[in-house]
Design a protein around this ligand. Structure first.
Ligand code: ATP
Length: 224
């Protein structure tokens, strides 16, 4: 990876989004502000690697992400993982993105993760290669400390000397640095929303009304 960086960083936000909710939306919005991102590219996983295949199809999860993000000109949606035959491994996604002409090898990329996902990084396929391909932006999440003392040992070692003193450092190289930021703490999870819907309770004000309307129209997450 060349050391010469060019352009403002592009944020990459992958997830299962089963369903997408305001925790995700605030993370992307606040990351764009705190890390001075050019845009945020949302990348719904087709077949998540580390969890059971969701009952809701990848196409339906993609449709919900499109509904949730369409009003924001700073967001774009990448549908390529949804139809991929393989499991959605982030390292392969990053390699794919580096091959796209408009992105190339020099554009700073920032992989956005909640603190829970960051702490679980050592379970990811070829996780040590991720920082060769992108920076990592870690959003604080209720219950998941980001301080190095709380990280698993192998991750703490891999991250040593990589934390940025200022997010401006993300512009200086295409990959390899870590920036954490304190986003508005929203203890919302997709698990909680699925559980509410299964009990017949309202998920209103946890996710956009358009997404709730889609869930109702498609009869996703039925009551049982
Ligand atoms: P589930 O409850 O099904 O595990 P989730 O709500 O954690 O889902 P994911 O699609 O797994 O959502 O998460 C995508 C990314 O968003 C992950 O990096 C995760 O850490 C982050 N994230 C999800 N919810 C929040 C939140 N409330 N605050 C901060 N980050 C979040």
């Amino acid at each position: 990876m060349p050391e010469q960086a060019s352009g403002r960083p592009l944020g990459l936000f992958g997830g299962t989004f089963d369903p997408v909710h305001f925790g995700h939306l605030r993370l992307a919005e606040e990351a764009a502000d705190h890390l001075d991102l050019d845009r945020v590219r949302w990348i719904p996983a087709g077949r998540p690697a580390l969890r059971e295949t969701p009952a809701v199809t990848a196409r339906q999860r993609l449709a919900m992400v499109r509904l949730a993000t369409s009003g924001n000109p700073g967001f774009e949606v990448d549908a390529a993982e949804v139809d991929a035959a393989r499991a959605s491994y982030t390292v392969l996604t990053l390699e794919r993105l580096r091959q796209i002409k408009q992105i190339g090898q020099q554009r700073p990329l920032v992989l956005l993760l909640g603190a829970d996902a960051f702490a679980g990084l050592p379970k990811w396929h070829r996780w040590q290669s991720l920082l060769d391909l992108a920076h990592i932006g870690v959003a604080h999440r209720p219950g998941f400390p980001v301080d190095t003392a709380s990280l698993p040992g192998v991750l703490e070692v891999a991250c040593r000397d990589r934390f940025c003193a200022s997010p401006a450092e993300l512009r200086e190289s295409p990959a390899g640095r870590i920036a954490s930021f304190a986003m508005t703490q929203l203890a919302i999870s997709a698990t909680q929303i699925r559980a509410l819907l299964a009990r017949g309770c309202s998920p209103r004000y946890l996710l956009p009304d358009e997404v709730i309307a889609y869930i109702r129209a498609q009869n996703l997450y039925p009551e049982h």
